[in-house]
Write a protein that binds this ligand. Structure first.
Ligand SMILES: C[S@@+](CC[C@H](N)C(=O)[O-])C[C@H]1O[C@@H](n2cnc3c(N)ncnc32)[C@H](O)[C@@H]1O
Length: 286
């Protein structure tokens, strides 16, 4: 274990070069130092895929692990900005977040805002009765210039979309009658093979899904892999400064990329380390 600055760097005991990564635990975002990170990383990250605190003010607990999300989005944006000088000039940043963080990121991140993928999920009830349901996350994308960033279109998944005959539904509210069209019968079909998926991805990841490692707000690998494939080449470095259980690392290692992750929580570092060691060993066998 090597101590650098106020952070703790753990070099993973792996001999295979494509699996060299480090997991770093840092006490506070404001203490992050790009020069220290650069010295440790030894190569420029081609992709940052990260899923930081969204500014919900809630405490998340799962499988004995817990973390508290603040309500201020500024430290998160500051932390991501601190990474930008060491990113590959042709790199991409993708931030998974919701309606709280997305607008602040789009206007305050130092790189160019390149749009969003909407990840829609159908889990549980809407959770609130006084406003519209929030059943999606925003995957917000940035590059150094409006045209930079590598993009392998052939790696983008062909998603399915819904279509079908429309039918008219009539509802009565406060004595008034309203009618609107909705699809009566859904038919699922693939986009043509030469066209990429749309910008709305429909993917439900149940809280009882057996693939989960039990970390609060854990994300599915399947949402991250398309970004790794589209925005990096084999052997490139992928980073996640808020790695949680290391899901970004799983997506990266499975397709032959290097990974560097960090998290303020010792629980997260422990869970991610165990998980990435297992995935790495599994990948080596194949
Ligand atoms: C939404 S979770 C990430 C979950 C992850 N994507 C996964 O699949 O497991 C956000 C993570 O940010 C971490 N975090 C919160 N504040 C942090 C800080 N100041 N510095 C580093 N990590 C922080 C939390 O500990 C938590 O693990």
């Amino acid at each position: 274990m090597d101590r650098s600055g106020d952070g703790i760097l753990m070099d993973m005991p792996l001999s295979v070069s494509r699996e060299t990564w480090a997991l770093q635990q840092r006490p506070a975002l404001r203490d992050w130092n790009s020069d220290i990170l650069y010295g440790n990383l030894k190569m420029e990250p081609m992709l940052m895929f990260t899923d930081p605190p969204y500014g919900t003010g809630k405490r998340y607990t799962r499988g004995g692990n817990t973390y508290k999300d603040g309500i201020d989005t500024a430290p998160t944006i500051e932390a991501i900005n601190s990474w930008l000088p060491i990113m590959d000039p042709n790199g991409t940043v993708v931030v998974c977040c919701d309606y709280r963080l997305a607008p602040d990121l789009a206007t305050q991140l130092d790189w160019c805002y390149r749009g969003e993928i909407i990840w829609e999920f159908h889990l549980g009830n809407p959770g609130r009765k006084n406003w519209w349901p929030a059943k999606h996350n925003n995957l917000v994308m940035f590059t150094r210039t409006p045209t930079s960033g590598i993009f392998h279109i052939e790696a983008v998944p062909r998603t399915k979309r819904l279509s079908g005959p429309m039918t008219r539904k009539v509802v009565k509210t406060r004595g008034k009658e309203y009618s609107y069209d909705y699809p009566k019968q859904y038919k699922v079909y693939d986009y043509p093979a030469d066209k990429p998926s749309g910008s709305v991805w429909d993917y439900t990841y149940s809280s009882s899904d057996g693939r989960r490692v039990g970390y609060p707000t854990e994300k599915p690998v399947e949402i991250i892999t398309p970004f790794v494939m589209a925005h990096t080449n084999p052997g490139d470095l992928v980073v996640d400064p808020f790695m949680g259980s290391g899901t970004t690392g799983v997506a990266a290692i499975q397709v032959d990329r290097k990974f560097y992750g960090s998290d303020i929580s010792a629980d997260a570092v422990r869970v991610a380390t165990e998980r990435l060691e297992a995935v790495s060993a599994e990948t080596r066998k194949q």
